[in-house]
Design a protein around this ligand. Sequence first.
Ligand code: ADP
Length: 263
Amino acid sequence: LSWCKKAYIQICTIPGVKITLGISSGKGGVGKSTTAVNIAAALSLQGAKVGLLDADVYGPNLPQMLGLGQADIEVIHTPKGDKFLPLEVQGIKLISVGLLAEANRPLAWRGPVLHKIITQFLQDVEWGDLDYLLIDLPPGTGDAQITIIQESPICGVILVTTPQQVAVADVRRNIYMFRQVGVPVLGIVENMSYLICGDCGSRTPIFGSGGGEQLAAELQAPLLGQIPIDSHICSGGDTGNPIASSDRTSLASEVFVKIATSL
Ligand code: ADP
């Protein structure tokens, strides 16, 4: 068993779902959603049944990152009440707060509405059988994030950071929050670790170096992977082609596969 599997101490209580993992970051823009969608794609390619719950109320980008245009979430009537049906795209089941918002309008929900939507997504989605449900959490330590981690049966959380010291400082605040609510941190993913020169292959640490290693040492948790800066990660996100499935020979894809294998 890998380190992560040993750390799954909390039993997932969403019917049909074996393992629920949160993907979190201290701040926006570090690549949390990119990491979530690519780990999901890598897990799916390995034959796992995967669901993605896009709970990033501040930037619900997963539909676009999976190439989903406008789509409505279907509601079905079951003996246990009305349930949302996730959309299935690229072999991954997806529910996103972004699908509830009218095209391109900002999500300006007040606390109680937000709370209700998140609770419904946690309780009232008919996922079917899933090996992994990845929850893309909102960044930071705000109300929305706390609601989710208190109300969802998260078995563990993966923290995404860049190597930069300010990003690391924000993740530390996150760690404190997860410790308070008793959710184990399974490991750190360091994103945008270095840029590879197309000519000579040398690696330049654009955002500094060592942040991921430092956090992993502090937490005594593994550094699950260091993802390079790659323009194909960015364009793949915009066009709905996660690099982990669209360009399997890339170094970034290899790192995502390694992370998925360790889960
Ligand atoms: P977050 O979820 O933390 O807000 P995103 O996953 O939305 O961040 O990523 C922010 C932006 O950075 C997106 O445009 C994404 O495509 C890009 N990006 C993320 N990781 C990388 C990377 N390793 N290389 C190049 N671009 C990246």
